[in-house]
Design a protein around this ligand. Structure first.
Ligand code: E4P
Length: 212
């Protein structure tokens, strides 16, 4: 399973990149709005730092407008993936992007059938939102499991991005259940490498070394 960072913040992207584990970036309109910047300028900046997939979401809701907007986003850099919401218009747009060779990430996936439809429309990635399902008393991780099984049975090569990740257990379980990618905020990435026994171990090694 690969790691993407879920942010539009340049410092966070640089910090994750410096760790040597960053394979891509996902953004969404809420994350971009927090930054108070020009979206296209920020995408140029991000794609100059990260060579992997950078998801940029369309704001339009009608297929024709989504296609026009997505083409503009895709023209910013070759590693832009157009992020499209899971709607009927979104599916039409995904099919059009797929025919044009433009990569897509179908977002706001909350059921296996939505993921299957997106894959059949030609989506490169589907993004099931784990945390938001957990928030309403469902099990987001079970959805990853089901999608992974269906894609496996039917030989579908659309990749599963575990999204809306809230804590390290989401990451471990998403990997076990077959997600290809986890897109996580920086604070979760940081939690992944921290362990109190590692810190205590280093402290003890250094103390022993200094007392020799
Ligand atoms: C993924 O692509 C989304 O941007 C993101 O993971 C949503 O997470 P949230 O539910 O924490 O907003």
């Amino acid at each position: 399973m690969l790691f993407f960072i879920d942010t539009a913040n340049i410092d966070e992207i640089k910090e994750a990149q410096s760790l040597g584990i960053l394979a891509g970036v996902t953004t969404n309109p809420s994350l971009v709005a927090k930054e108070n910047i020009s979206f296209h300028d920020r995408l140029r900046e991000i794609t100059s730092i990260v060579s992997g997939s950078v998801s940029a979401e369309v704001i339009a809701t009608e297929a024709e407008e989504m296609i026009a907007e997505g083409k503009e986003l895709a023209s910013i850099a070759p590693n832009i993936t157009v992020k499209v919401p899971m709607t009927a218009d979104g599916l039409k747009a995904v099919k059009a992007f797929s025919d044009l060779g433009i990569k897509t990430n179908v977002t706001l996936i909350f059921s296996a059938n939505q993921a299957l439809l997106a894959a059949r429309a030609g989506a490169t990635y589907v993004s099931p939102f784990l945390g938001r399902l957990d928030d309403i008393g469902h099990n987001g991780l079970d959805l990853v499991d089901t999608i992974a099984q269906i894609f496996d049975i039917h030989g579908i090569d659309t990749q599963i991005i575990a999204a809306s990740i809230r804590h390290p257990q989401h990451v471990t379980e998403a990997a076990l259940r077959g997600a290809h990618i986890a897109t996580t905020p920086l604070n979760v990435i940081k939690q992944l490498f921290k362990h109190p026994l590692t810190d205590q171990g280093i402290e003890k090694f250094l103390a022993d070394w200094n007392n020799k």
